[in-house]
Write a protein that binds this ligand. Structure first.
Ligand code: 5BU
Length: 241
């Protein structure tokens, strides 16, 4: 898949397996993070609906920064509906996701036919699809059977699906990328359900990209902290080789 190839190329060239979860509330903050931290990441993850001042064109501005600093944009939209609705959410909203996102994700719970319908549209836009096989939060319902079924779905849709959101590798994830949220330099929780692994543990567990939000954006110096995470993720990767 060309998107998988592109991510792996970026990881190697920039020596970073870091994905920044840019969970900020204004477009100025979003663009500032993309501009300053962009050189140190492989993927920039957005939650478009938490931007208070979203305007048409913001996606294109992010896209321009992604080209300038060589990273991909992942809209963490977590689609979970009938195929027809997910396609409208992807293509027709004010957010115009299909114009700028390089990656998007979907909950396998909706089943193969709906995901296949969506996948044909994401592929047509050169956008990689990720299946949410395993969540990071305490008490979630993504058990081993769910992961197995997600892997089977990915195998069926291998020309469209590029990987999984999961805590680490699992049977069936071998030919796909694994991206892991819930990563912080110190393991622990946020008292709202989130559970953190360290970069070392995530990468040792077979994750290809670590997703870090508050660990970086709430630091006194987000840029310096991003560089810390980049180093930690890369060292862990080198140890695996
Ligand atoms: P944090 O600040 O590093 O905890 O943010 C984690 C990000 O990853 C945040 O944007 C979540 O929406 C996202 N996330 C997650 O934390 N856990 C999951 O299982 C999934 C996504 Br799926």
């Amino acid at each position: 898949n060309p998107i998988t190839k592109k991510i792996l190329e970026i990881v190697q060239t920039k020596q970073t397996n870091l994905c920044l979860a840019a969970d900020v509330h204004t477009s100025a903050e979003l663009l500032h993070l993309a501009e300053t931290i962009g050189p140190h990441i492989a993927v920039f993850k957005t939650h478009l609906e938490i931007t208070e001042d979203w305007t048409p064109g913001l996606g294109e501005k992010l896209k321009a920064l992604s080209q300038k600093h060589n990273f991909l944009i992942f809209e963490d939209r977590k689609l979970a509906d009938i195929g027809n609705t997910m396609i409208m959410q992807y293509e027709n909203s004010v957010f115009e996701i299909s114009k700028w996102a390089d990656l998007i994700n979907v909950h396998p719970v909706v089943g193969l036919p709906s995901i296949k319908a969506l996948a044909e549209r994401t592929s047509a836009n050169n956008c990689g699809l990720l299946l949410l096989a395993e969540l990071s939060v305490a008490g979630n319902l993504t058990d081993e059977t769910y992961k197995q079924k997600s892997a089977a779905m990915a195998a069926e849709l291998s020309e469209h699906v590029i990987g999984f959101i999961a805590r680490g590798a699992f049977p069936g994830s071998e030919n796909f990328l694994v991206m892991t949220p819930g990563v912080k330099l110190e393991a622990g929780t946020d008292n709202k359900g989130q559970q953190y692994l360290t970069p070392e543990i995530a990468i040792k567990g077979g994750s290809d990209l670590i997703i870090v939000g508050r660990g970086i954006i709430q630091a006194a110096d987000p840029l310096a902290m991003a560089i810390e995470y980049k180093k930690a993720g890369w060292q862990a990767h080198l140890k695996q080789m």
